[in-house]
Design a protein around this ligand. Structure first.
Ligand code: AMP
Length: 192
């Protein structure tokens, strides 16, 4: 259950408690220098997932950033977006739709190519992923340059969905990724 204190529809103010929660999440993020390429500092979320307290808090907070009445489905981006996206969808009694790497989805797909902080890639979605439930909350573990989420937004729109907001555990704000989201409300639990 979403904790009572933060059931407000909007992102909670940065109170002392909120800052403690951010620090807790940050304490579970491990920096791995030069992975997967020299010069990249990889934000490893596995210590956060490994901690019952950290995992629960991250889902609690993601559940609070957007009023659940504003969306019908949660869309997660392979692969770490699946972890947070499905947990959030289950918590809020929403459906989950996956955006996957090429060749993984068995039915008819739409696809989009995009640039990564460390390379380029392509993602796909099933053409019937949204059906009648059109309003979609987009979820990924991390916002870096924004290319991945930008491509995922295009995919959801291509199949008739309406992204209402994007939620991330981590934002690398120095890479200005939210500029690529063209004004879509974007929320991150912690920002570097
Ligand atoms: P971007 O498209 O540049 O916003 O990159 C976001 C995607 O790449 C997310 O799915 C992240 O999981 C992954 N990613 C990019 N940079 C990092 C990083 N420094 N640490 C961990 N994951 C990253």
């Amino acid at each position: 259950m979403v904790r009572k204190r933060l059931t407000a529809a909007r992102y909670p103010p940065r109170t002392g408690i909120r800052m403690q929660e951010e620090s807790l999440i940050e304490s579970y993020i491990r920096d791995v220098p030069d992975f997967p390429k020299p010069g990249i500092v990889f934000k490893d979320i596995t210590p956060l997932l490994q901690s019952p307290e950290g995992l629960k808090l991250s889902i609690d907070l993601l559940a609070e950033v957007v009023d659940p009445a504003e969306y019908d489905l949660v869309c997660g981006i392979e692969s770490r977006g699946f972890i947070f996206g499905t947990a959030l969808a289950d918590r809020l009694n929403k459906g989950f739709i996956p955006v996957r790497k090429p060749g993984k989805l068995p039915w008819k797909t739409e696809s989009e190519s995009y640039e990564l902080e460390y390379g380029s890639d392509k993602i796909e979605i099933h053409i019937d992923a949204v059906r009648d439930a059109r309003r979609v909350l987009m979820v990924d573990d991390l916002l870096a340059t924004g290319g991945t989420m930008e491509a995922a937004l295009k995919l959801v729109r291509k199949i008739g969905g309406e992204p209402v907001a994007a939620a991330f555990v981590i934002e690398l704000s120095f890479l200005s990724g939210r500029e690529k989201l063209c004004g879509l409300p974007a929320h991150s639990l912690i920002s570097y």
